[in-house]
Design a protein around this ligand. Structure first.
Ligand code: DC
Length: 261
């Protein structure tokens, strides 16, 4: 059986998960799935057909009818769709309809970085690395407001903060797969970090977790590290440890080479 590497990135809205997941996936040579986009796409389909996100049967039908091209729809980040996604995501039948797709995605080599709310707890409880990304409500509201302004949306900070608080409440209080930190997820508070600092901190956590799993045991000299620490690049061939092309020893985890920048 081909083994894969899975990194779960969970946390509340506007904590910086999306940017982090994209950068991690690029660096690790893994695929990336924005699981929120699946819920948003289901919500977009539902609203388009005149459905109500409170109607579980219709919401589940919209989720079952999802096709990959739905994830590329325009307007998935609209606030109306965001709100509907959070509402529709509370239905067990909707979550059940979307589970197999997410698990298949994670199981496809070489593996994936998946961000969402329940990746480390429900979708991929066996993920190799779990990050729980948070930031203060104020920092998250400011970031979301700036994002909205940057794309030309009128955005009042108090209104954005209220919307985020409402989504937090729905995402954490729903009975089915609520947002919560998995016991083995590493918390990463990004309140005082910019995107680069968040990425570097996350890469350090990935490296530590893989080391702790005992799969990658050779430490590369600190002097050889670049500003972002380790680069994880896919390599061919089995085995945990091998000699690099210049004779140096390399750290390897499931076919992914942990080497310096
Ligand atoms: O991550 P996001 O803001 O794009 O997610 C939109 C909504 O989808 C979010 O409010 C709750 C839901 N969601 C979920 O319930 N589970 C996930 N794994 C991802 C998103």
């Amino acid at each position: 059986m081909t083994r894969v590497l899975v990194v779960a990135v969970d946390g509340p809205a506007a904590a910086g998960k999306g940017t982090l997941a994209r950068r991690l996936s690029e660096r690790l040579g893994l695929r990336r799935l924005d699981s929120g986009a699946i819920y948003r796409a289901a919500a977009a389909r539902l609203l388009e057909s005149g459905g109500d996100p409170a109607d579980e049967a219709r919401a589940a039908a919209a989720a079952r009818a999802l096709a990959p091209r739905d994830l590329e729809r325009d307007g998935l980040r609209d606030r109306r769709i965001e709100r509907a996604a959070s509402e529709l995501a509370a239905h067990p039948a909707v979550r059940a309809a979307l589970l197999a797709f997410q698990r298949d995605y994670a199981a496809t080599p070489p593996g994936a970085v998946i961000d969402g709310r329940d990746i480390g707890t429900v979708v991929c409880p066996e993920a190799d690395v779990k990050l729980y990304v948070t930031a203060s409500p104020e920092a998250r509201a400011r970031r979301r407001r700036d994002e909205l302004l940057a794309r030309g949306d009128a955005a009042d900070l108090a209104a954005v903060a209220a919307e985020i608080a409402e989504r937090d409440r729905r995402d954490t209080e729903r009975a089915c797969s609520p947002l919560r930190r998995a016991a083995d997820a590493v918390p990463l508070d990004t309140t005082a970090l910019d995107a680069d600092e968040t990425f570097r901190a996350a890469l350090d956590i990935v490296r530590e977790r893989l080391n702790a799993a005992g799969k990658a045991t050779i430490q590369t000299p600190a002097s050889a590290r670049g500003p972002e620490g380790f680069r994880l690049a896919p390599v061919r061939g089995p085995g945990e440890i091998s000699s690099g092309s210049h004779g140096e020893r390399r750290r390897r985890f499931r076919g992914i080479d942990l080497e310096t920048e």
